[in-house]
Write a protein that binds this ligand. Structure first.
Ligand SMILES: Cc1cc2nc3c(=O)[nH]c(=O)nc-3n(C[C@H](O)[C@H](O)[C@H](O)COP(=O)(O)OP(=O)(O)OC[C@H]3O[C@@H](n4cnc5c(N)ncnc54)[C@H](O)[C@@H]3O)c2cc1C
Length: 611
């Protein structure tokens, strides 16, 4: 059957929404937005409208087929095309920041890895003044979004795909499982880790993640296609008469009720642009911002909520003085290295260079059940602590320079508190500072020889200490904000990222398991050798993982926070933020499962407040 690509259409038009009143307005139909809207519309006595700037793009192979991941990055029909400002501490490079501008948001184009971070990292969030946001209270919300399917037992045994049903969800909308296509070259992962003295983690969803393990992905177990907020939360419920989703609608500001302001401002609704025309819609209960890390600060600032100095620069009057808006931005960044392997070692490179192989794999993928390499997602991860990269002396000196550099930077109370928690965290025996993701393919294909197979290592910084910002650059919503992640402003980040890149060359690929299959390092190769060359290479080649957090941090207001533990924006009665932007601190790992958990918990908080 060709079920995965069946066409569906959305019916709402601006006139279905303009001038009307809904119980709830959800701004942004992304990962969190469609999750919270679907849950809120379970209450038939309430009406919900979602305003999403992007188009539906439902049932498109470029989104659904795992091996097509990346094919829409940089395409304005799917991607916001955000860029950072030139990065002062990285030789002025401009970093491309892909974000989904499509129904489903970034869940429509992410790399589908479905995992969880270490237990203590969630407890760190509670320690910042956020009661109810710790490992144990998040458990039901970790499980609620997920419907986990076991892998085929023989395949699981071959690739060490282990799991624990007790830590997974089994009846949620998002389908998760392991891919059923992993190239043989990735069999090196576990033996390499063991020879480095690392632990194999059998249940990485159980709160311990340092070591070597195999990740699941958000993919359908039969068709092997992407499962994301649009096709898994929204589409099955699109027939609800109290749920309206309008695409191609970019929210330009929140409108405020002019009556009493005691106890905070009331958001009466929002204005939005569709095809160049401005419309308005009203909310009788709440306005919920789910436009994420870059979209939310922009909308708040355009509505007079933010730092007075940012607003006055673009001529916007201050409605609520909230200097934390758009600040405290934190990002995961990475570089990749690729190694040529011996002839006969199976890799995914032929998908890129061998047309008849590709067509054969297309056929396998189109069958029911789907098989073959087009269903590939990355599974092989290694999470390393400081002690894998530095000896005791080097580690102590790194941490003491970090401490003195942090003390010399201007920080909010909340940042002082979170960075001291972060320093304690990176010192823990069970904490990770980097992830090494192994993939059986060349990740920089323009550097590859079409007749050779490759394995690649992505080295990903997990505990960045640099803090950046995003702020409006004008009073026009169509102008992109000024995004400055301020990468490498804290030296720790550059030292760790450079050291792990060298570790891949000098240690990881020298383990017997890798040495046995590798013939040569291909990227970066012999031109990068000295410490200075490595540092320059990292600065010129790093990319962002798109895991940005922090710009609407959940922290006490006096500490620089934007929302309280009920996700309500300070100074308002009925404006909440439900998505990744509320997380005040970066986690080790990949955030999408946390985003769904935030949205599920947020929906319960909102339902309880609006009985
Ligand atoms: C390239 C890439 C790969 C990734 N890979 C993984 C992975 O493998 N595993 C993982 O766990 N995480 C991954 N992530 C991260 C993860 O996907 C995101 O953190 C998560 O999807 C963010 O969810 P969100 O709801 O906060 O934002 P989004 O899903 O981005 O939703 C925001 C929505 O708001 C809309 N919007 C913005 N402004 C407006 C406006 N003014 N009006 C109306 N709508 C607006 C946007 O169009 C979008 O739909 C990846 C991210 C990227 C960028």
């Amino acid at each position: 059957s060709s079920a995965p690509f069946e066409r569906r259409s959305l019916t709402a038009s601006p006139s279905d929404v303009n001038g009307k009143t809904f119980s709830y307005i959800v701004v942004g139909g992304g990962t969190a937005g469609l999750t919270v809207a679907t849950r809120l519309s379970e209450d038939a006595t309430k009406t919900v409208v979602v305003l999403e700037a992007g188009d539906p793009h439902l049932n498109e192979p470029q989104i659904l087929v795992p091996a097509e991941v990346g094919s829409v990055y940089g395409n304005p029909a799917y991607d916001w095309l955000y860029n950072s400002v030139p990065q002062t501490h990285a030789g002025g490079v401009v970093v491309n920041m892909t974000r989904g501008k499509v129904l489903g948001g970034t869940s429509a184009l992410n790399a589908m890895i479905w995992d969880r971070s270490a237990e203590f990292e969630y407890n760190n969030i509670a320690q910042l003044g956020n009661s109810g946001w710790n490992w144990s209270s998040l458990q039901p919300y970790f499980k609620k979004p997920e419907n986990f399917t076991h892998p085929d037992p023989a395949f699981a045994q071959k690739f060490n795909l282990t799991f624990n049903d007790a830590t997974r969800g089994h009846s949620g909308p998002i389908q998760t499982t392991f891919p059923n296509a992993i190239p043989g070259s990735e069999l090196t992962l576990e033996p390499a880790g063991l020879s480095l003295g690392l632990k194999i983690i059998a249940d990485p969803m159980g709160g311990q993640t340092k070591g070597v393990w195999r990740s699941t992905s958000s993919i359908d177990p039969v068709h092997r296609t992407r499962s994301y907020s649009a096709n898994s939360y929204f589409v099955p419920n699109q027939g609800r008469s109290n749920l309206v989703v309008l695409t191609g609608a970019q929210v330009s500001k929140i409108n405020w009720a002019t009556n009493s302001t005691s106890g905070g401002l009331t958001a009466s609704g929002v204005s939005f642009l569709s095809n160049g025309t401005t419309f308005t819609v009203s909310a009788s209960r709440e306005v919920i911002l789910s436009a994420s890390t870059i979209g939310n600060p922009q909308i708040l600032e355009l509505s007079g909520v933010g730092s007075k100095s940012v607003l006055s620069k673009v001529g916007i009057n201050s409605t609520i003085d909230l200097p934390g808006v758009g600040e405290n931005m934190q990002e995961h960044i990475f570089t990749t290295q690729s190694y040529a392997v011996k002839t006969g070692v199976e890799t995914l490179d032929p998908l890129l260079f061998n047309q008849s192989f590709f067509l054969q794999q297309e056929g396998l993928f189109a069958a029911t059940p789907a098989t073959g390499d087009l269903g590939y997602t990355a599974t092989g991860v290694t999470f390393l602590g400081l002690s894998s990269l530095f000896n005791n002396t080097a580690s102590n000196s790194l941490l003491s320079s970090l401490d003195s550099q942090l003390k010399g930077t201007t920080r909010t109370k909340g940042q002082v508190q979170q960075q001291s928690i972060q320093v304690q965290s990176v010192r823990r025996q069970d904490s990770s500072v980097v992830e090494v993701l192994a993939e059986g393919v060349h990740t920089t294909p323009d550097q590859a020889d079409p007749n050779t197979g490759y394995i690649s290592f992505l080295t990903l910084l997990q505990q960045p200490f640099s803090r950046g910002s995003t702020h409006i650059s004008s009073a026009n919503v169509l102008d992109h904000p000024t995004i400055d992640p301020n990468y490498f402003s804290i030296d720790f980040d550059l030292t760790v990222l450079t050291t792990v890149a060298k570790f891949v060359r000098t240690t990881l690929t020298k383990t017997p398991a890798y040495a046995n299959v590798i013939t040569a390092e291909q990227f970066p190769g012999p031109s990068v050798n000295t410490d200075d060359e490595w540092t320059a290479w990292v600065k010129a080649n790093f990319k962002t993982q798109g895991h940005t957090t922090g710009t609407c941090s959940m922290m006490p207001q006096a500490n620089g926070g934007v929302v309280d533990p009920n996700l309500k924006v300070y100074g308002t009665k009925n404006l909440r933020i439900v998505d990744l932007s509320v997380m005040p601190q970066q986690f080790s790992g990949h955030p999408q499962a946390l985003v769904y958990a935030i949205a599920e918990k947020g929906a319960d908080v909102i339902k309880a407040a609006n009985k």
